[in-house]
Design a protein around this ligand. Structure first.
Ligand code: OAD
Length: 236
């Protein structure tokens, strides 16, 4: 028999218990930094050094971080289900936990690419370079002679993987959403593409800004919430 399909949409909350601050919670990154300085295309052209430093710091932090039991539980679902992870996170903790199909909506910390023209969000995938946990600084050039930039979707840029994500959510038999405030579009609207008969589970310790007959809110942190989610699956 074919395995049932689970699409898992994750946000910063799934990595919180690995020691990463979320963005919008108290003490979150957007309290310490102005999002438009470090994560927008305008910010990049205003002060590339600052943006490179911000992502160098995040990359260094990622080197020492470990997947937590929520990442591991999501990877473990692959035993019985066809699982596609759609993540807004730029860390690689899902991959390191063993998830084999991970679609990054907002880019990846361990990759860089040439900056290409102003406001140009299209890029050639063959120009993306894996730098692991290394730093990138002003003056570090790509083979084509352009400044290297983080392989991150900045605010003000298109989200190239959104169409693939829509297809995955539309095809899912179960949709699981973990640790996202559902404030940032287009990712926040993805759940609307779930089929009418697809149950939607949201794991988040706080209130969620959406209501829909299909939604079950598991009001827990990601690690505990994943245990509950697995119990729900086992009892189906
Ligand atoms: P947010 O910081 O907006 O939301 C984090 C969510 O995780 C909130 O709903 C929290 O309640 C929840 N949360 C906190 N701790 C948790 C835990 N231990 N377990 C489970 N949930 C927990 O982060 P995102 O929704 O991921 O984009 O933010 C979306 C995008 O905005 C990010 O990808 C980033 C940011 O600006 C870019 O930088 C392009």
């Amino acid at each position: 028999m074919e395995k049932k399909k689970i699409a898992v949409l994750t946000g910063a909350g799934v990595s919180a218990e690995s020691g990463f601050a979320t963005f919008r919670d108290t003490g979150g990154l957007w309290e310490q930094y102005d999002v438009y300085d470090v994560a927008s295309i305008e910010g990049w052209y205003r002060n590339r050094e600052l943006v490179l430093k911000f992502y160098n710091d995040r990359r260094r932090q990622l080197k020492d971080a470990k997947p937590n039991s929520a990442h591991l539980a999501i990877a473990g679902l692959e035993k019985d289900y066809k699982v596609d992870v759609i993540t807004q996170n730029v860390d690689n903790l899902h991959e390191r936990a063993g998830s084999t199909r991970v679609l990054h909506l907002h880019g990846e910390l361990t990759k860089v690419r040439p900056e290409n023209g102003l406001y140009d969000s299209t890029y050639r995938t063959d120009e993306v370079i894996d730098i692991g946990f290394d730093e990138v600084n002003l003056g570090d050039m790509a083979p084509n002679g352009q400044q290297l930039r983080p392989h991150i979707v900045f605010f003000g840029e298109a989200v190239p993987n959104i169409e693939k994500a829509i297809d995955l959510v539309s095809a899912a038999d179960i949709l699981l959403i973990v640790g996202t405030s559902l404030q940032v579009y287009p990712a926040a609207g993805l759940y609307r593409y779930a089929r009418n008969d697809t149950p939607i589970y949201i794991i988040d310790p706080k209130d969620v800004p959406v209501s829909d007959m299909r939604i079950t809110h598991i009001r827990e942190v990601a690690t505990k919430g994943m245990e509950k989610f697995k119990e729900i699956l086992a009892n189906q």
